[in-house]
Design a protein around this ligand. Structure first.
Ligand SMILES: Nc1nc2c(ncn2[C@@H]2O[C@H](COP(=O)(O)OP(=O)(O)O)[C@@H](O)[C@H]2O)c(=O)[nH]1
Ligand SMILES: [Mg+2]
Length: 324
């Protein structure tokens, strides 16, 4: 199941959910009926149904839009588990579900109770008891709602990349031309999506190779520094990319105008080779200003030199891996 993290809804507090439900039920008007008792009873039943509907809609939207850890693909699961406390998160969603189910049961039972009597006095007793229990069910999940509020503020930054697509991840030191490359080989204009752990956001472009749709992503701040300079959270964020990357294009800048000597760049390449099982394709960029005598594919992302050689190499790797 694919969740859209950027569409996780705002979370209300218990008090807000209760107030909203009462406000809605107060708007219900009485419908005419020849039997006065039935008229009042139907009015009360409609109020209950409206309260139930309001609470259910709110809680259901959380259950539907907050990702369920066990449905997630490995990439998103890894990211979510860095950002939220797994147990608290699961408990919170579990409590929300329990509360929703309890309200549905309570409403059904209360309607039956109303139907069993013709005493108007009983109606108000039954209704008051419903209001009390309804509120206490929702009050009971206040802590869980608070936790979901915190979770949302973190999960909203999880990128909406499609884990099902064949994925090329671009790596290399800053300023070697990674973003330029994504732009030059993506057919549409790449989008910038937020990404936790970096302030810059990741760049996502798409391109068809034959009939296979491929996503090409640049992850600034992640695969652009040696692994031993990473904190644990960054290491785990890098691990998440492991699940995603079918091919890693490692961009080298032998002109060294990026500010990093080739020796350092090669050592990062070795780091990545040691840590990833993906196909790694190392290429040299900025051939318009400097051409080394290595055997690597040499391109200029900016001047669009020799991109076809790179693209056909990628196409071959995709073909060899059957598109995934
Ligand atoms: N001469 C030359 N400059 C390039 C080329 N590709 C990128 N650049 C320049 O290198 C700088 C860094 O590029 P950018 O794509 O932002 O690098 P990133 O940090 O790896 O994403 C920019 O000023 C680009 O214009 C290229 O093929 N030739
Ligand atoms: Mg960049």
């Amino acid at each position: 199941m694919n969740y859209i993290f950027s569409k996780i809804p705002q979370v209300l507090s218990s008090k807000e959910i209760i107030d909203k439900s009462f406000r809605r039920s107060k708007k219900i008007s009485m419908a005419k009926h020849p039997d006065k008792v039935a008229m009042f009873r139907n009015w009360d039943i409609n109020k209950l149904k409206s309260m139930e509907k309001s609470a259910k809609e709110t809680l259901d939207s959380y259950l539907k839009k907050f990702p369920n850890l066990s449905d997630l693909d490995p990439f998103h699961k890894e990211l979510v588990e860095i950002l939220v406390d797994r147990d608290k998160y699961k408990m919170a969603l579990g409590s929300i579900k329990w509360c929703r189910d309890s309200i549905v049961k309570l409403t059904t039972k209360t309607i039956k109770d109303l139907e069993k009597t013709r005493e108007m006095d009983d109606f108000s007793k039954i209704m008051n008891s419903y209001f009390g229990r309804f509120s206490s069910f929702i009050d009971g999940i206040n802590k869980d709602l608070d936790y979901l509020k915190i979770a949302r503020s973190k999960l909203i930054n999880v990128p909406d990349v499609d884990p099902e697509l064949f994925t090329i991840v671009v790596a290399g030191f800053p300023n070697v031309g990674k973003s330029e490359l994504v732009k030059s080989i993506s057919s549409a204009k790449p989008e910038i999506a937020p990404y936790p752990f970096t302030t810059k956001g990741i760049l996502i472009g798409h391109r068809y190779f034959g009939h296979i749709k491929v996503q090409i992503i640049d992850t600034p701040g992640l695969l652009d520094r040696p692994f031993n300079e990473r904190n644990d959270m960054e290491k785990q964020a890098i691990l998440a990319i492991k699940h995603l990357a079918d091919i890693i294009i490692f961009v080298l800048d032998p002109s060294e105008t990026c500010g990093y000597p080739m020796k350092k760049q090669i050592s990062l390449l070795e780091d990545i080779k040691n840590n990833f099982q993906s196909n790694i394709l190392d290429i040299e960029n900025k051939v318009d200003i400097f051409k080394s005598d290595s055997s690597r594919i040499k391109i200029s992302a900016k001047e669009k030199i020799n991109l076809n050689e790179l693209l056909s190499r990628i196409e071959k790797i995709i073909g060899d891996s059957d598109g995934k």
